[in-house]
Design a protein around this ligand. Structure first.
Ligand code: FAD
Ligand code: NDP
Length: 319
């Protein structure tokens, strides 16, 4: 028989900056939150996407920068310090049809008056030959996060993708690299006209149409070339590249919700106006799972704070 636990005031699912900011605020409000931090959920360690990166240089409060894993260890410590209880388990499913809500984790069932969904998103990767060797050694899935690093300065850079992210990232990288080559698999960009214009108007950006990347090459330490193929002519060539950035979309980690919260066509949880309220009263969503535009640690933490404050108000209104 499934193990049944007491009714919690707040359960937080997910353990990136959004989940931990929510935990700190909820714990300091005496809500004694219970967090499921996940066990390699979505292929990412507890602590979220920042555990997969090296230096974080744009999170305020760390003028010398801080390593991603260390930043997340500190956030976890802060959550625990104020009384958050953390379980290193992945939420398998939820039942949001009535309150208290139910969260199922293995053979255990947990109930809560409010639920904060902070499960993040996973950047898609291509799994190119050589990717395992050069990931984070010249390869990244976040130009805004990594583009300003010294290893990319004045180097030829390559971006893969044809959407708004790819155009935005190519434009951003053009400030740092000597040139930027945008590899687009079709002969059109999916991006909005405004974003396309930014790319076409930038003399440092060249678009290679109908082109797929095949392999990354390097000196053993850092990537320095990308082998590409024109999918119309079959012609292959090797491009010099000091950096390769994927911008081929993200997968929000929402499968466990089984459609119980409204999402947009790409699967991101829809939140109401300038709040973290979802389509189910008492369920709040924060961080990358509901944000396909900004996708930064600071914005995730900001919405995590909002979710906790909104959960607290929701509970107070029902007392
Ligand atoms: P995430 O960080 O994605 O964390 C969500 C967590 O929830 C994960 O640990 C996941 O395993 C867990 N989870 C998922 N499903 C479940 C489940 N069912 N049950 C329990 N747990 C679950 N941003 C910056 O501001 N600066 C940077 O320098 C920077 N560098 C980056 C470098 C890389 C390589 C990447 C990929 C991203 C980077 N970002 C950076 C973006 C930043 O990491 C994200 O915007 C931020 O981590 C989003 O936080 P989040 O809390 O929404 O979710
Ligand atoms: P999208 O899903 O819009 O675009 C992904 C791009 O990657 C597409 O061009 C797609 O090609 C390409 N792609 C996918 N898989 C592969 C592959 N295996 N090989 C090569 N190319 C591939 O994702 P985005 O992250 O760009 O945008 C997500 C959402 O966020 C969109 O709604 C976008 O408008 C929004 N956004 C808005 C911004 C803004 O307004 N400032 C900034 C960033 C995002 P194809 O076109 O052939 O399918």
């Amino acid at each position: 028989m499934a193990e049944q636990n007491d009714i919690e005031k707040v359960i937080i699912i997910g353990s990136g900056p959004a989940g931990h900011a929510a935990a700190v605020y909820a714990a300091r409000a005496d809500l004694s939150p219970l967090m499921f931090e996940g066990f390699m959920a979505g292929g990412v360690a507890a602590g979220g996407q920042l555990t997969t990166t090296t230096e974080v240089e744009n999170y305020p409060g760390f003028p010398a920068g801080i390593s991603g894993p260390e930043l997340m260890d500190q956030m976890r410590e802060q959550s625990v310090r104020f009384g958050t209880r953390i379980k290193t388990e992945t939420a398998d499913s939820v039942d949001l049809s009535k309150r208290p809500f139910t969260v199922t984790v293995g053979s255990s069932t947990y109930t809560a008056e409010t639920l904060i969904v902070a499960t993040g998103a996973t950047a898609r990767r291509l799994g190119l030959a050589g990717e395992d060797k050069y990931w984070q050694r010249g390869m990244s899935a976040c130009a805004v996060c990594d583009g300003a690093l010294p290893i990319f300065r004045n180097k030829p850079l390559v971006v893969i993708g044809g959407g708004d992210s790819a155009c935005e990232e190519a434009s951003y990288l053009a400030k740092f690299g000597s040139t930027v080559t945008l590899l687009v698999r079709r002969d059109v960009l999916r991006a909005s006209k405004a974003m396309q214009k930014r790319v076409f108007d930038n003399p440092k950006i060249e678009v290679m149409w109908n082109t797929n990347a095949l392999e990354v090459l390097g000196d053993g330490k850092l990537l320095n070339q990308v082998r590409v193929k024109n999918n119309k002519t079959g012609e292959e060539q090797v491009l010099d590249a000091g950096g390769l950035f994927y911008a081929i979309g993200h997968e929000p980690n929402t499968a466990f919700l089984e459609g119980q919260l409204a999402t947009d066509e790409a699967g991101y949880v829809i939140t109401e106006g300038k709040t973290t309220a979802t389509t189910v009263p008492g369920v709040f969503a924060c961080g990358d799972v509901q944000d396909k535009v900004y996708r930064q640690a600071i914005t995730a933490a900001g919405t995590g704070c909002m979710a906790a404050l909104e959960a607290e108000r929701f509970l107070a209104d029902r007392e």
